[in-house]
Design a protein around this ligand. Structure first.
Ligand code: OGA
Ligand code: MN
Length: 303
């Protein structure tokens, strides 16, 4: 049985069939999935009944798991530091009150972002599985940052290439007034530098790299930074670069955080449950060393 891959979006996002992701994968299947991810950036699998353990086992075949590092009650329902609980329920499965800490924190997912860009080494691929879905709303939207880069006018590309942005969790949460970080968290997550343009380690293709965690651009004033970041996020999330995924229970979506953005869409959080679980592969390296963006593709070629 060989993988079957069908593109669902215009430029990215494909469905992968003919593979049982609940079982250990043959090396050829892992290679096939890695190739499909390099080409399509986002992959949909159907895995009804997937458990946290199976999801972790599937994820780990693509690299070491990234730990969440956030305190219980934010994206965690359990002591498992590798499975993020993206849900509006408490550990007993009851819908959380509108003013709950967890809902306030997770509100941040509704802004265009790429996972863990607030960490010195940002995430590799993320894996999000749908356990319970609302009857209305709650899509996840994705944007193709490779296509957005290709479509930018050459003079804009020249101006942006080589720029470094400062990303922080505190910054992205402040966008909607969230301030409840404790001192420990401020120490764990100080602002970090990220390249604004990345060269994909597998394909060598360039893409924009930004999102809600990006707060400022090195060497630019606050006002200039804000204007450019907003311009580029608005540009990259135009309809021609976006795919909106409507969840069915059992879906598992794997996305490449290096070259895509995503955001959760609203749903009636006080009347409907939405339970998604996320696992993530740790990224390979920082995007900036000694203040300068690195060429991830060149480094990968030399390795
Ligand atoms: C995530 C995330 C979006 C969603 O899991 O990293 O941003 O739609 N989720 O829940
Ligand atoms: Mn996310």
């Amino acid at each position: 049985m060989s993988l079957s891959v069908s593109r669902l979006g215009k430029t990215f996002f494909a469905e992968v069939e003919n593979v049982d992701i609940r079982q250990p994968l043959a090396p050829a299947a892992i290679d096939g999935i890695n190739d499909a991810l390099a080409e399509h950036a986002i992959l949909l699998f159907r895995a009804p009944g997937l458990t946290d353990e199976e999801q972790m086992a599937f994820t780990e075949q693509f690299g070491p798991l990234e730990a969440i590092q956030l305190r219980v009650g934010r994206q965690r329902n359990t002591s498992n530091e590798f499975v993020a609980d993206m849900s509006n329920v408490d550990p007993d499965g009851a819908i959380l009150p509108a003013d709950s800490e967890k809902l306030a924190f997770q509100k941040g997912n509704e802004f265009w972002h790429t996972d863990s860009s607030f960490k010195p080494v940002p995430s590799g691929p993320s894996f999000l599985s749908a356990r319970v879905v609302p009857s209305d709303g709650g899509n996840t939207e994705f944007a193709d940052l490779r296509e957005a880069w290709d479509a930018l006018p050459a003079e804009r590309q020249e101006m942006i290439e080589g720029l470094v942005a400062e990303h922080s969790l505190e910054y992205s949460r402040a966008r909607y007034g969230y301030k409840d970080f404790n001192t420990d968290e401020k120490q764990i997550f100080p602002p970090v530098y990220q390249a604004m343009v990345r060269t994909h380690a597998v394909t060598g293709r360039k893409n924009l790299y930004l999102g809600s965690h990006a707060g400022s651009i090195v060497g630019m004033s606050e006002a200039e930074s804000q204007a450019l970041l907003k311009e580029l996020i608005d540009y990259a999330t135009q309809p021609q670069f976006v795919y909106s995924h409507s969840w069915t229970v059992g879906d598992l979506v794997m996305w490449d955080n290096r070259c895509t953005l995503h955001r959760a869409r609203p749903y009636p959080k006080q009347t409907e449950k939405r339970i998604l679980r996320r696992t993530t592969v740790a990224g390979a390296r920082p995007t900036v060393v000694n203040g300068v963006p690195i060429d991830e593709w060149k480094i990968e070629q030399a390795a």
